[in-house]
Design a protein around this ligand. Structure first.
Ligand SMILES: C[S@@+](CC[C@H](N)C(=O)[O-])C[C@H]1O[C@@H](n2cnc3c(N)ncnc32)[C@H](O)[C@@H]1O
Length: 266
């Protein structure tokens, strides 16, 4: 799976800022999502007036915080296994006066005992809901989302899909072990959501600009750091990591998509 759709944690990425390269400081969302699309999604989700929000694989929980800002009666819980991203979420919540209404919890979301919630978010993190290997994890994640959403609520699932079948050469350039059955096509994915007990309120997909903005932002801070730290002990491995990810991105560019499904439990 790609960085967008996987949990892969890279040690160098988690280096403390003082010790090495910065981490994801140019990203607002940890995925290809524009301000315009985020605004539309937040308006749609807020329209359902959720009182409780559960963000699974939340990272720093930017979209959840925006929903909480839009719905002053709502309370949120974000669950993730990445302590640094959770800390960023807590700092952002504090800065926006949301700290009393949101909790960022460091735990795995697999088999979570939390919920049900009126709004369940799972953005680029379906693997946080299932220990299964792709593509079986997608169906299990959808079953979990159906279990975790309250009657009359909403789920927002941001999930990878193939925009077209990848070639063997493209797969060889993607993440290690990439396979043609790592993802479904969009039609199959939405059918799976329906089979799991949802109706699709809205189906949308990130466009090429959102992908380029995200992938450039994913590396830009580290590229700038590297330019000024050529003799740093971490420079060589950082350069290698940047080159590796850029090559992967060039292989899944235009092939891997991400869809944002706003789902109503049926
Ligand atoms: C691509 S990031 C998306 C983060 C966030 N949803 C967003 O869109 O900004 C995927 C996230 O899933 C988290 N994750 C992976 N496995 C997990 C698990 N078992 N339980 C909770 N979170 C997990 C990772 O730590 C990472 O923060």
């Amino acid at each position: 799976m790609s960085d967008v759709t996987s949990t892969k944690t890279e040690n160098a990425e988690n280096a403390e800022p003082d010790d090495g390269p910065p981490r994801l400081t140019r990203l607002t969302f940890h995925g290809p999502l524009s301000e315009e699309r985020a605004d539309r999604i937040v308006r749609r989700l807020a329209g359902a007036a959720p009182r409780t929000v559960l963000d699974l694989g939340c990272g720093w929980g930017e979209l959840m915080l925006r929903v909480l800002t839009a719905v002053p009666e709502a309370r949120g819980v974000g669950v993730d296994v990445n302590a640094r991203d959770l800390d960023r979420g807590r700092r952002d919540a504090e800065a926006r006066g949301l700290a009393e209404r949101v909790e960022f919890v460091e735990e795995s979301a697999v088999g979570t005992a939390r919920g049900p919630a009126d709004l369940v978010l799972c953005l680029g993190a379906s693997q946080a809901l299932s220990a299964e290997e792709p593509p079986r994890h997608t169906a299990e994640a959808l079953r979990e989302l159906r279990r975790l959403v309250a009657d009359g609520g909403r789920v927002l699932l941001g999930e990878g899909f193939w925009q077209r079948p990848p070639t063997t050469a493209e797969l060889a350039g993607m993440w290690p072990g990439a396979r043609a059955d790592d993802h479904y096509d969009l039609a199959t994915l939405v059918d799976l959501a329906v089979a799991a007990g949802f109706r699709p309120e809205w189906v949308e997909t990130a466009n090429a600009d959102e992908w380029e903005e995200f992938e450039a932002g994913y590396q830009a801070d580290t590229e700038v750091w590297l330019a000024g730290h050529g003799d740093h002990p971490l420079a060589a491995e950082t350069r290698e990591r940047l080159d590796r990810h850029r090559a992967q991105w060039m292989s899944y560019r235009g092939v891997l998509g991400i869809t944002y499904l706003t789902l109503i439990p049926a």
